[in-house]
Design a protein around this ligand. Structure first.
Ligand code: SF4
Length: 359
């Protein structure tokens, strides 16, 4: 089935042109310092859904805190989430810790593609990337960049939004990957997709593989890859209250142990049902817990976009003079000072509101 895509491709020349180009342009990134599979695994997990420039400082801090799987395996939730705070998709951090625990139990990092694929949170792309970069195993690593480059080079019109399409691309890459240097080949494809073969206006004239690229030759690069639209994100309207007491402390609570943003801390917030003014609704929700509100001030409305949902948060600063004794006693809520805030992983959406509130 995949023969049709590669029959016109000179595989050896394609490998050579791609690898030569990659060797010339590759950036000096902290995870390319050596071939330590743990360092590569951490970078690949962080780079999912996040740009290289954003990841670098997080990566360096994370590696200082957890230089080996041993330290990561022992990390408590709060330290782990604090180290990951701002990167989003927090299940990635927990899975990474689970992988570190598995590796510790195994007595060392697994060295085959099949074993690496069994690590927690490691899918086909990450397993392929770690196998090829750390162990020189010729395994495909198909991410969004590779979908784009290979769909164009080989004119593959399969819908990349469909799960089964991954198999087609993995089969194509398995056929064309270099067995001498799978690491440079896979990284070259990713780098090409990130810097040259971009989603809009690819820089075809500068492209090292343009002579192999069928989409370029046919002038149809803008038609590829084919991707049908995902369902619209669900919007939830919330009212958020940054409650501050007379000592300048903020009231926070811990989110549940499972689900979205599990174990993170957040300001008080309530789903807004409409019907009446948000401020009136918020005061009604607060009244059983707070008798002495000194002031209420609108900070603004903020949107926070997750992969499948959007929080639309109308946010208020509420100054009060009394503590929420009952809730604090039940450990539902917690007063924390500005300084302590550094130790508590606060959901990113609320960090933004706090920043705006203080500006
Ligand atoms: S020639 Fe253009 S479309 Fe083809 S791989 Fe290069 S940048 Fe992408």
């Amino acid at each position: 089935m995949i023969e049709q895509y590669i029959e016109n491709l000179n595989i050896e020349e394609f490998q050579r042109d791609l690898i030569q180009w990659y060797d010339e342009v590759k950036r000096d990134l902290p995870w390319r310092m050596n071939r330590d599979p743990y360092r590569i695994l951490v970078s690949e997990i962080m780079l999912q859904q996040t740009q290289v420039a954003t990841v670098i400082p997080y990566y360096e801090r994370f590696m200082k805190l957890f230089p080996t799987t041993k330290e990561l395996a022992m990390a408590d939730d709060q330290t782990l989430l604090k180290a990951w705070e701002g990167l989003g998709y927090y299940s990635r951090a927990r899975n990474l810790r689970e992988s570190a625990r598995m590796i510790e139990e195994m007595g060392g990092f697994p060295e085959t593609h099949e074993e690496i694929l069994k690590l927690k949170g490691v899918g086909p792309y990450t397993a392929g990337a770690v196998s090829s970069i750390a162990f020189n195993i010729p395994a495909p690593a198909v991410d969004g960049n590779v979908f784009r480059v290979m769909s164009r080079v080989c004119c593959i019109f399969e819908d990349i939004a469909k799960a089964k399409t991954r198999k087609v691309f993995e089969a194509v890459v398995s056929e064309v990957i270099s067995h001498e240097d799978p690491s440079a080949f896979n990284q070259g494809l990713m780098e090409l997709g990130a810097t040259v073969c971009t989603p809009k206006s690819p820089k075809c004239l500068q492209c090292p593989v343009k002579k192999h690229c069928q989409a370029y030759q046919q002038g149809i690069d803008d038609l590829l890859p084919v991707k049908t639209k995902a369902n619209a994100q669900k919007k939830t309207k919330l009212v958020v209250a940054i409650v501050q007491n007379q000592y300048g402390e903020y009231l926070v609570s811990k989110r549940p142990e499972t689900g979205l943003l599990a174990n993170f801390y957040e300001f008080m917030n309530f789903e807004y049902p409409g019907e009446r003014e948000p401020e009136e609704y918020l005061l009604e929700k607060l009244s059983p817990m707070c008798s002495k509100i000194e002031s209420i001030q609108l900070i603004g409305t903020f949107n926070h976009i997750f992969s499948h949902r959007i929080w639309e948060m109308e946010s208020y600063l509420i100054r009060i003079h009394t503590a929420y004794e009952e809730q604090v006693a039940e450990n539902t809520y917690l007063w924390i000072s500005e300084k302590q805030m550094e130790d508590y992983p606060l959901v990113t959406a609320h960090q933004r509101i706090l920043k705006e509130c203080k500006s």
